[in-house]
Design a binder for this molecule. Structure first.
Ligand code: V4E
Length: 222
């Protein structure tokens, strides 16, 4: 498992010019994301984001142990203000376990029958997961020499453009150092320290499921 620390930003022509000076473009690629949840949104309401990208499952979840924690459920917004941090799981077995654990905790709360992990069946059907959001992104990626920092510029097919400065560390790694690296790059790129930039999901839901977005905001998830 790794921890992804990142800060979103709005890219203007000046930012791009600086980025091309301090970084190396390491590629352009396109991917389609499908996000899954139960019909009652039991994952996203706990700030857990399950998706399929390029045929692989990925789960981003809060870095605190308790998914019900109100203390730090708001997108894990760090003291650095504009950064988020999430655990990123890519191992399918770990993803199954985590998802089933959350769904079964909800079943217990509701007094309904827990689900069993049956790998013979499609686990998506078994866990009653449905795709609630899907979109395609064209991404230009930059690596910043010697910094261990990546910068991505995303163009989503629903008309939203966003940049992100990202540092990935192993679980238990030095989050403070990652935040400092991001802060350092943000200064070099001349990013506005007061601008809170929306992620792609926020904008997607505004267009496609404003009701769920309102619930996520009310619950301080987004
Ligand atoms: C964590 C999260 C979601 C999952 C997608 O995360 P995001 O980093 O926005 O997507 P992407 O395509 O850049 O993933 P990558 O390729 O870097 O792995 S959807 C909503 N969230 C929560 C969230 C939040 N609370 N605040 C912000 C600014 N963004 C996302």
């Amino acid at each position: 498992m790794s921890v992804e620390v990142e800060r979103k930003f709005t890219c203007n022509p000046d930012t791009l010019k600086t980025l091309e000076k301090i970084g190396v473009c390491v590629g352009h690629h396109q991917f389609h994301d499908q996000y899954f949840d139960t019909p009652t949104f039991d994952l996203t309401l706990r700030n857990m984001w399950l998706r399929k990208r390029k045929g692989c499952w990925e789960l981003k979840c809060p870095t605190t142990q308790s998914v019900n924690s109100t203390q730090n459920s708001s997108g894990q917004q760090s003291k650095a203000g504009l950064c988020t941090q999430y655990n990123e799981l890519t191992n399918l077995h770990e993803i199954h376990q985590r998802v089933i654990e959350v769904i079964n905790a909800v079943c217990e709360e509701r007094g309904t029958k827990p689900i069993q992990l049956d790998l013979e069946e499609s686990w998506v059907q078994n866990a009653n997961l449905v795709c609630f959001a899907e979109f395609t992104t064209i991404r230009q990626s930059f690596a910043l020499k010697g910094e261990g920092v990546n910068v991505d510029l995303d163009q989503a097919d629903f008309g939203y453009q966003v940049g992100e400065v990202e540092v990935v560390i192993p679980k238990g790694g030095d989050v403070q150092a990652a935040l400092e690296k991001i802060e350092n790059i943000a200064k070099k790129l001349g990013l506005n320290p007061h601008e809170r930039v929306l992620g792609k999901m926020d904008v997607y839901l505004k267009k496609n499921n404003p009701e769920h977005l309102a619930t996520l905001k009310r619950m301080h998830v987004l």
